[in-house]
Design a protein around this ligand. Structure first.
Ligand code: URA
Length: 443
């Protein structure tokens, strides 16, 4: 076997055997296969795709390139959630403590934001002192002690993905369903979970904007998880406007804390309760999705979910005084409020453009090594369907960078479409996906 032969084979549209995929991936990790050969292979896979057997073998190789955390000594069914990412998607922050407070252990390994989408790690690191860089042995200790742990990808977890993802990012080979499935599922399977809930976004702020592509990705992810013996269910959810009102890192932490303290921000809590209900059901603490949702609502109402969040922040070295007294947190040097130039109904908000503007403000990164400003971001004053009067605020943004104020103000203003009639509203949760296929979501 040679790399050139296998690249040619994939280029011609043939499928590769598990042994051939092992040769490519282990060769790349060891350095025997160079970046330029892997780039060619990735592009061939991008155009030719992979069948289900190849996708499973590819995922297995990525998974076994590193360690798989053994959480068998932690009692209970361990369940995680993964979202394909969006704008204002802070759901993991309220969700994980809610589910853990219901008695289901949640071991979560998350990623950083890239491009227009935010990342859970960046949000957690906005909390002064919060340590997301735990070793696998520390990760196991924390989940055993408090039933929740949230960390970043360590060097032991799926190192093949770490190396390949960086290459995909600079070779325009990210948006390929089998490559995404191998990348996401290898990391999730390495966490030591027993079951997984997936949130696959669709709409303008999503990584897979078209519903058809999102559904295909959802089914591939669910089938891959199922194939590895993990009960996996997915939901296809709308990302045509940001989730909640906050975009940015610290302001998304604070919005999550408000939700955990009982504030009902409708889209955040609707999605959190559906995903949470499914996790609690898969974690065998409820016999149906409805019962799981009720359990989640109870732990928010009774304060146990907020207490679990505080316990996790403390255990991972975070300074809880900033959560309890957010007025202590540093503020951006500059802020601007963008107002409506006409009255009517908000009929659309461009999530993609708001995500990209938040990167310009300092809240995100376009390259993996860009440094982010946790204070920077955007707070929406209006969402789709709201009425607005001429001159009323639409959004306020925050930054330390004086040079971007005018262009950001112009961009934010353009993201809002105002019309004279109330818009037709799409449901937030569009479909449910399991091993039997994709079906419309009904509770
Ligand atoms: N997120 C990942 O972790 N991997 C991908 O390939 C795409 C999104």
């Amino acid at each position: 076997m040679t790399a050139v032969e296998l690249i040619r084979k994939k280029r011609e549209g043939a499928s590769l055997s598990p042994e051939e995929l092992h040769f490519i991936i282990s060769g790349y990790v060891s350095g025997a296969i160079a970046d330029y050969q892997m780039s060619a292979f990735l592009m061939a896979a991008f155009f030719r795709g992979m069948n289900a057997e190849e996708t499973n073998a590819f995922t297995r190789e990525m998974l076994h390139s590193g360690e798989i955390a053994d959480l068998s000594s932690v009692p209970g069914v361990k369940v995680d959630k993964h979202s394909t990412g969006g704008v204002g998607d802070k759901i993991s922050l309220p969700l994980a403590p809610i589910v853990a407070a219901c008695g289901v252990p949640v071991p979560m390994i998350s990623g950083r934001g890239l491009g227009h989408t935010g990342g859970t790690l960046d949000k957690l690191e906005a909390i002064p002192g919060f340590n997301t860089a735990l070793s696998i042995s520390e990760y196991k200790k924390v989940i055993a002690e408090i039933g929740i742990v949230m960390i970043g990808q360590t060097k032991e977890i799926a190192p093949a993905d770490k190396k390949m993802y960086a290459l995909r990012d600079v070779t325009a080979t990210v948006e390929c369903i089998p490559l995404i499935a191998g990348s996401i599922m290898s990391k999730k399977l390495a966490e030591g979970i027993d079951a997984l809930v997936l949130d696959i976004k669709t709409g303008r702020g999503a990584f897979m904007p078209s519903y058809e592509k999102a559904a295909e990705l959802a089914q591939t992810l669910v089938d891959t998880g199922t194939n590895f013996g993990k009960e996996t269910i997915g939901f296809i959810t709308d990302m045509s406007q940001p989730l909640g009102y906050a975009i940015g890192n610290w302001n998304e932490v604070m919005e999550s804390v408000d939700c955990l303290r009982g504030e009902n921000i409708p889209d955040i809590m609707e999605l959190t309760y559906i995903l949470g209900g499914a996790m609690v059901m898969l974690g065998k603490k409820a016999s149906s999705l409805k019962e799981g949702i009720d359990r989640c609502k109870d732990v928010v109402k009774g304060g146990a979910a907020y207490e679990k969040f505080v316990q996790m922040v403390k255990r991972q070295g975070g300074d809880v005084s900033f959560i309890e007294h957010p007025e202590k947190y540093p503020v951006s040097k500059f802020s601007r409020t963008v107002t409506a130039q006409e009255g009517g109904y908000v009929t659309a908000i461009d999530a993609l453009e708001l995500g990209l503007t938040s990167v310009q403000l300092g809240a995100g990164r376009m390259k993996v090594d860009d440094v982010i400003d946790p204070k920077a971001g955007i707070l929406l004053a209006k969402k789709i369907g709201d009425t607005v009067k001429n001159g009323e605020p639409l959004a306020t943004f925050f930054t330390d960078n004086k040079n971007v104020l005018d262009s950001a103000a112009e961009r934010v203003a353009k993201t809002f479409t105002i019309g004279s009639n109330p818009p037709k509203r799409n449901p937030l949760i569009l479909s449910q996906v399991d091993k039997n296929g994709v079906k419309p979501f009904v509770l």
